[in-house]
Design a protein around this ligand. Structure first.
Ligand code: SAH
Length: 405
């Protein structure tokens, strides 16, 4: 594998940090920002093994990988005690991650996230499985010295026949350091088609693993989609920000009377239609290509209502400065949603903004629902499915609430 990729040997660095940061690392937080470093034994390169020593006794505190391209200068991969970061170490990490997904893999599902970055101990490293295709997405160059060891282990653990590499924009920018690696490169095996068909609780979907968002699909909402599918029988459903129809197609497969998918991307909606056709000969599936905020108001003006409305927008706040605008959007969406729900209907509100806490999201949503002058009760709040374990506070981005009117 990777015959033309050089064997990169990472250097070792010794690092000291501010006492306040020591405390954070002791608690198991994997991010060390540039400003927290007080001493460093040399100039580091991407992926260098960096040992953090404590200030009092000079004892090993953690081992991290050095990232000169990110304000998060070091991503910790090993806490409290030393370890040889070798093939066995990686195999153990991958096995532990695989075991956590065991319950999901017993269901009629052959698509899952095997490695969820920091949350599975491998920061900035994502590995998603779609049937027999493994898609690895690297969000940092720190992994370059290790991929030759990690990739075969991932294939062995998953039984996948093909490995596709995806690179984040930040990684793609450093083309001089990539030794020919490219976004969308097939690293191992044959990719028969860039569109891969897979199952999610018995429902068929497709992902474009080369050109799709992230690794091609959003796996984190799987359990919420299953729930929507289960409550959709004979219902009318509106799926706003539908992307490839994650919720819509589960609703159709669950026996919905009529499903409308709404997204600003015509291309995404085309995939949603294809996904519906994978499951039903004649799905009653309508699409609306439009800006969600405008189109929802138009539907309200036309006095349209639906038994189930799902609102799962893109992240509105990736940065702290975007928080208040994001909250404003969530407030607006909940208010619009409340007007589109038929009597006894269920409104599903979701947020994937990492900078908006669950408390803030539910507070503003409920505030808007209360103002709608309609009676409702909150049924449930949920988070990520089991293949997206949460290992540190920033890892918990997904929140979802169910409200019956
Ligand atoms: N609910 C989807 C994931 C949503 S991803 C699922 O279950 O898989 C966010 C989607 O919002 C993308 O498809 C994007 O095209 C769409 N989008 C972004 N801004 C939009 C807007 N203003 N109006 C409508 N759709 C928008």
């Amino acid at each position: 594998m990777l015959p033309n990729f050089p064997d990169l040997t990472p250097n070792r660095l010794a690092i000291k940090v501010k006492p306040s940061i020591e405390k954070i690392i002791r608690k198991g937080h994997p991010w060390l920002f540039e400003a927290g470093i007080t001493k460093q034994s040399g100039e580091g390169q991407a992926g260098d093994l960096s040992i953090i020593y404590d200030n009092k006794k000079n004892k090993l505190l953690a081992i991290g990988l050095y990232d000169p391209f990110s304000p998060i200068r070091l991503k910790v991969i090993q806490f409290n005690k030393g370890a040889k970061i070798d093939e066995n170490w990686f195999a153990e990490k991958i096995k532990t991650a695989f075991d956590k997904r065991e319950s999901l893999l017993k269901t009629d599902t052959n698509s899952y996230r095997l490695i969820n970055g920091e949350n599975d101990g491998l920061p900035s490293f994502i590995a998603d499985v779609y049937a027999d295709v493994l898609v690895v997405k690297l969000y940092s160059l720190i992994w370059l010295p290790y991929i030759k060891v990690i990739f075969p282990l991932l294939l062995a653990q998953t039984g996948c026949k093909t490995l596709v590499l995806r690179l984040s924009r930040n990684v793609q920018k450093e083309s001089d350091l990539l030794h020919g690696l490219a976004d969308g490169q097939v690293i191992h095996g044959v990719l028969k088609s860039e569109v891969v068909i897979f199952r999610e609780h018995g429902v068929l979907f497709s992902a474009n693993v080369i050109h799709g968002h992230k690794t091609g699909y959003f796996l984190d909402h799987r359990e919420n989609r299953r729930k929507v599918g289960q409550i959709s029988k004979n219902k009318t459903v509106l799926d706003i920000f539908s992307y490839a129809g994650g919720f819509s197609v589960h609703a159709l497969a669950g026996g919905a009377k009529e499903v409308t998918s709404l997204d600003i991307s015509a291309q995404a909606l085309e995939v949603a239609q294809q996904n519906a056709l994978l499951n039903l000969k004649k799905p009653n599936h309508k699409i609306i290509v439009a800006d969600a905020f405008k189109a929802m108001q138009e539907l309200i003006d036309q006095k349209k209502q639906f038994d189930i409305v799902v609102i799962d927008p893109p992240s509105f706040a990736k940065r702290e400065t975007e928080r208040s605008k994001a909250l404003h959007h969530y407030r607006q969406l909940a208010a619009l949603g409340a007007n589109l729900i038929a009597q006894n209907g269920i409104l599903v509100l979701a947020s994937c903004s990492s900078r908006v806490s669950a408390t803030d999201f539910f507070d503003v949503s409920i505030e808007a629902l209360d103002r709608s002058n309609r009676k409702y009760k909150e049924l449930e709040r949920t988070t990520h499915d089991v293949d997206h374990p949460i290992g540190f506070p920033e890892g918990a981005y997904l929140k979802c609430g169910y409200f019956q009117f």
